[in-house]
Unconditional design. Structure first.
Length: 480
């Protein structure tokens, strides 16, 4: 009786939220009914199982009630019907490196509190981890506004401010003064409501150890984009996740001293490493033994690594402000300048394509060995990777790395939900789960690029119009 009462209250709360969406949010709603039936739709459920054709997915009061063959499904007479012949539904993407900020100048980043929440939702990203905040109070307020139905956007796991050590290149980051400061920072921001933390490049061994201990004591997790500390050292300290992959692991830099950050990335070195044997393979096994996850952020490395790749899609350029668009194009030209490449690497051929290929090989090897690979975009770099669109590109690049489309979708849905401890609610399409679903024209299980053809995004059973959300931020990324 008590459990039934709790479920009834939860259902009531979900309906109350749906009924009190602000006019700003409701302008983007295209499907809102107590019972919705997605009929004759192809289902890729996020578990890694093969797609199922001609299915009916029944949504009732924000949750998935049933999934079954359209020919035998029992659809209530008062359900709103959506005939989805030729469409695929996948779970809402779980973006695991999805900042709310964007590069606006050399070493400077601006909070995209207006455009990014809308773009994430429009692209089918229904849950994000911010994985490092420059304006943590702003991120917390964005989360509060989304939860209250006052602004459109995904569900948010807010990461606290970067846990950075002395010597940082970024003026927007607090530099820790020691282990006590790390512990104080973690506890302060947990009290303020953040979910987890990200250690950054110049953090010391003792500061990271203190931060991990303080976070774990209160049930929070720590990930890291590290330089002074190698992956195996971080694993021994108990870190939960590592960002970006092999390209940023400093432990393979020749002559590196403990606690030293010589260079953030060495594409020449990375391109020569063997991921299937020797030290890198041993590192993978060590991470597995310590249950350390790995977050893939292939889009940010792809941008600028290849001449003419990726193609700059009109939708990306249209979303950027005029200044952001000009800065991106300038950076793209500079990144492919032969003289600059020659000066930096001693050759006219950039080492980045080979390093990128090696990164893909590493992530594939890590996952196939049993590691928990997560998916994100990291909307930084030269500015060509932006919220939502970059998450879709990440899934496409996972397929390029060797995963099947169904496997790549699982990485971007199931795996993220598992890491966040929310697999009982999100991450797959199954009865009882929250109705966080992405309706896609086409079949991404065969042609992964179809993942870009998002038309409707359901979050807690409410269907949002992807095209309207995208149009609403035209020309704003880089300003707000």
């Amino acid at each position: 009786m008590r459990n039934a009462l709790v479920l009834s209250l939860l259902s009531y709360c979900s309906l109350s939220i749906a009924q009190t969406l602000s006019p700003e949010v409701r302008a983007f709603v295209k499907v809102d009914a107590p019972i919705v039936a997605l009929t004759h739709v192809r289902v890729v459920d996020g578990t890694g199982a093969a797609r199922r054709d001609d299915q009916t997915v029944l949504i009732r009061n924000s949750k998935i009630e049933s999934v079954g063959d359209a020919s035998t499904a029992k659809v209530p007479t008062d359900a709103q019907l959506l005939d989805l012949h030729g469409y695929t539904v996948i779970p809402g993407l779980v973006g695991m490196h999805d900042h709310m900020f964007y590069p606006v100048g050399p070493g400077s980043f601006g909070e995209m509190s207006y455009s990014f929440p809308r773009l994430y939702l429009a692209a089918g990203v229904t849950t994000i981890r911010t994985t490092g905040s420059l304006e943590p109070y702003t991120d917390l307020e964005i989360r509060k506004a989304i939860q209250a139905g006052q602004m459109p956007g995904p569900k948010m796991h807010v990461t606290g401010p970067y846990l950075e050590g002395a010597g940082s290149w970024a003026l927007q980051l607090h530099q820790l003064t020691g282990p006590e400061d790390a512990t104080r920072t973690v506890n302060y921001w947990l009290d303020e409501g953040v979910n987890d933390f990200k250690a950054y490049m110049f953090i010391t061994h003792d500061e990271l150890a203190a931060a991990i201990q303080a976070a774990h004591k209160r049930g929070a997790k720590v990930t890291g984009h590290l330089c002074t500390i190698g992956f195996r050292e971080a694993a021994a300290l108990g870190i939960d996740d590592l960002e970006h992959g092999l390209i940023v692991d400093s432990e393979f830099v020749p002559g590196r001293k403990p606690g030293e950050c010589k260079d953030e990335e060495d594409p020449v070195l990375t391109g020569k490493l063997d991921v299937n044997a020797g030290p890198v393979h041993d590192m993978i096994l060590d991470l597995l033994q310590h249950h350390v996850a790995m977050t893939s952020t292939l889009p940010v490395f792809e941008m600028g690594s290849f001449p003419g790749r990726p193609s700059l899609q009109p939708r990306v350029l249209e979303a950027l402000s005029p200044d952001a668009r000009a800065l991106l194009l300038e950076r793209r030209v500079r990144s492919s300048d032969t003289a600059a490449i020659q000066k930096r690497y001693g050759t006219e051929i950039s080492p980045w394509p080979q390093a990128f290929k090696k990164e893909e090989e590493f992530e594939y090897a890590f996952a196939k060995a049993g590691g928990l690979l997560l998916a994100g975009l990291d909307p930084t770099g030269m500015g060509g990777v932006i919220a939502g669109f970059g998450d879709q590109r990440e899934v496409e690049l996972l397929v390029e790395a060797g995963f099947t489309p169904v496997e790549a979708i699982r990485i971007a849905t199931y795996n993220g939900a598992q890491y966040l401890g929310e697999l009982d609610r999100i991450g797959t399409i199954a009865p009882g789960k929250q109705a966080d679903l992405v309706v896609i024209k086409g079949d991404p299980s065969v042609k992964i690029e179809d993942i870009e053809n998002v038309e409707t995004v359901f979050k807690d059973g409410i269907g949002y119009d992807s095209a309207k959300l995208i149009e609403s931020v035209r020309g704003t990324v880089g300003t707000r």
